[in-house]
Design a binder for this molecule. Sequence first.
Ligand SMILES: Nc1ncnc2c1ncn2[C@@H]1O[C@H](COP(=O)(O)OP(=O)(O)O)[C@@H](O)[C@H]1O
Ligand SMILES: [Mg+2]
Length: 253
Amino acid sequence: MEKTRTRTMQNRVPTGIQGLDEILGGGLLRRSCVIISGGPGSGKTTLATQFLYSGLTDYKEPALYLTLTESPNEIKNNMKAYGWDLETAEKTGGLKIIDARPILLTSEGLITPNESLFRGEMLPFSHIARLILKEIRDIKAKRVIIDSITVLVLQYVNKFYIRQGLLGLVQALSSQDCTSLLLQETVGERNTIPLEWALAHGVISLSCDPKGGDTARAIQIVKMRGIKHGERVYAMEIREKGIVVHPKVTVLP
Ligand SMILES: Nc1ncnc2c1ncn2[C@@H]1O[C@H](COP(=O)(O)OP(=O)(O)O)[C@@H](O)[C@H]1O
Ligand SMILES: [Mg+2]
């Protein structure tokens, strides 16, 4: 009995987020690709960085952060407010932040395509997958964040292309010895199930009720292949030192 239990836990990657590991029964599965979905300000970047920072500090696991939205400096500055020193982690070699924003700002304040990534074309999934695989191998990353896949998806109208591209990305990431969080930005799409959810191993949905109140923020594990997890919508807080989930406080969806 004890043996089975030990074997199961070895297969888990604790998120380091208080309450979330409890709902997950220990953590995420190794080599899984999990979508973190939610509206603006729902806590996606915070959750993902907390996961990554816990890996760096508690387990000495190298991490890769691919940003397609905020600049690396913005991320480092915002996360510093929680006490997470990404700057030092980057300097000491445990963390690599890759700036994969399709559009950059010039020193004169003008926008320009990121020519180091693509030349006048869209940013194909295959290109991103190749770039990530190279970096994962280089630093032996165990935790990976893509912030966000929405930027990749928005370039295409062809759903078949999106599906194949995302599937390729998920397969490429799962071929490595790492656990990946793919951030997904949602805006007012409460009644439709995004195509991306079918392709990932897991989906965690974050929400923030604009009316506020004590239970304004919530988290739900929509799916997690291979894991028996809590199925309710749980209260969540973003505190000074990061996210706290309350497994005993459920919220009506
Ligand atoms: N240092 C902090 N302490 C407490 N709450 C914070 C702190 N920094 C940001 N927040 C809260 O977290 C929210 C942003 O979370 P973020 O992870 O950036 O969301 P998302 O990536 O989903 O847009 C902010 O809107 C704010 O309410
Ligand atoms: Mg964000």
